[in-house]
Design a protein around this ligand. Sequence first.
Ligand code: URA
Length: 197
Amino acid sequence: LQCMKAPQRDGNPDRQGWEKLPNEVLNCDQCSLAKLRRHVVFGAGNRRARWMLVGEAPGAQEDKEGLPFVGRAGQLLNAMLAALGLKREEVYIANVLKCRPPNNRDPRAEEVAQCEPFLVRQIELINPSIIIGLGRHAVHSLLKTDLALGKLRGTKHDYHGIPLIATYHPAYLLRSPQEKRKAWDDLRLAKSIVEAT
Ligand code: URA
């Protein structure tokens, strides 16, 4: 992120960057997932958002619609955002991988290596006040660590000058609802950081 611009509260309205990036991503065929996809899921939301949420990869419904977090995990994510007083349209949501892995298998290292530069550019363009890493794949890619998510959540990390909070993936919370309390604590911590900015 060497070329990252100085932080601006309003996000970065870099129009040229936004003109190029979506087309590059939508036309990408750099890994084998390209042949399997129905839609590229670039990311969606407010390009001037203070909150940026980063997931793992599109699932079946996302691949069908071309939008992030529109399946069951997305419904839980919407509820979590609503509890924070945030509408979907106010935040920006993207994934590490822009194409769906077959049967939702874990992203492969070479896929992450190919695709992550797109996410890095999205983060530069949005320049959010906070990044929420949803689940271990997103957090491991962003923070270049392989510590367990349980060790990474609950504290503020730094992503090239932007505060980053790690929390559980909503799909995991659907399977393990007893962890929702911790995710809520993480999101409240994030909110306190944004409010202090
Ligand atoms: N899970 C993710 O990580 N991202 C999505 O967009 C949907 C489900």
